[in-house]
Write a protein that binds this ligand. Structure first.
Ligand SMILES: [Zn+2]
Ligand SMILES: [Zn+2]
Length: 227
């Protein structure tokens, strides 16, 4: 079993196959006065994720939002339970909110997991190229970075002179059934390279740092998927 890690001041890695459940993406907690989760895992581990939050000294009921970076089951499966238990708000890009709200088995990739995702309301739908989410003690910048899915977003936290980039599944994979778009993805990756992030919190590869490693990670995937 891996251990919960503090990735950066007030940023914690609270879910992953080694931490919570084999189906889970990496799940990150950001303390912004309000507690915010970046993605939610595949579902079976929702209680384990909340336990991990509490083990850090926080109260699970103070979870105020889950930002879904995209609509895949390994990232959103835990949302219905987290919402029920904590009353947290669900935030996603409008292009990926649709499949969540109808429980689309293909677009959410739930069928890949031999599971179903119940239709779940998205409380706040992002629809701008860049949008700032304000919380009690800080903010998150959400960038629309389509490619893996049409409504994929990347989330940026600037704190203590460091830039943390939550770039879940920026490595892909790409599939027609996901609505993937490689030309759009290349443009999105160029935008992410321009951010010069110090720390990349990735969806399945965990935490990548420092800046040169983040750049190398993104460029490596760009080379794999050259035009
Ligand atoms: Zn995905
Ligand atoms: Zn994933």
């Amino acid at each position: 079993m891996n251990r919960i890690q503090e990735v950066h001041d007030g940023v914690y890695w609270v879910g992953s196959p080694g931490l919570t459940s084999s189906e889970d993406c990496c799940v990150y907690l950001v303390d912004l006065g309000n507690l915010v989760l970046i993605d939610a895992g595949a579902g079976k581990s929702a209680s384990a994720i909340l336990q991990n939050v509490e083990s850090l000294g926080f109260r699970a009921e103070n979870l105020s939002a889950v930002v879904a970076t995209h609509c895949h089951f390994d990232h959103i499966g835990g949302i219905p339970k987290l919402k029920k238990e904590t009353g947290c708000q669900i935030i996603a890009h409008e292009l990926d909110a649709g499949p969540m709200e109808i429980g689309d088995p293909v677009r959410t990739a739930a069928e890949w997991y031999h599971a179903s995702f119940p239709p779940t309301r998205v409380d706040y739908k992002l629809n701008e190229v860049r949008e700032v989410l304000k919380f009690e003690k800080g903010e998150l910048l959400c960038l629309h970075t389509p490619g893996h899915t049409p409504g994929s977003i990347s989330v940026i936290l600037d704190r203590d002179g460091k830039r943390v980039l939550f770039g879940q599944d920026i490595h892909g994979p790409f599939a027609e059934s996901f609505g993937s778009d490689l030309p759009a993805w290349r443009k999105s990756m160029d935008i992410l390279l321009g951010l010069k992030a110090d720390i990349l919190c990735e969806g399945h590869f965990g935490v990548i740092k420092p800046e040169q490693e983040v750049e190398g990670f993104i460029k490596g995937y760009l080379q794999q998927h050259e035009e």
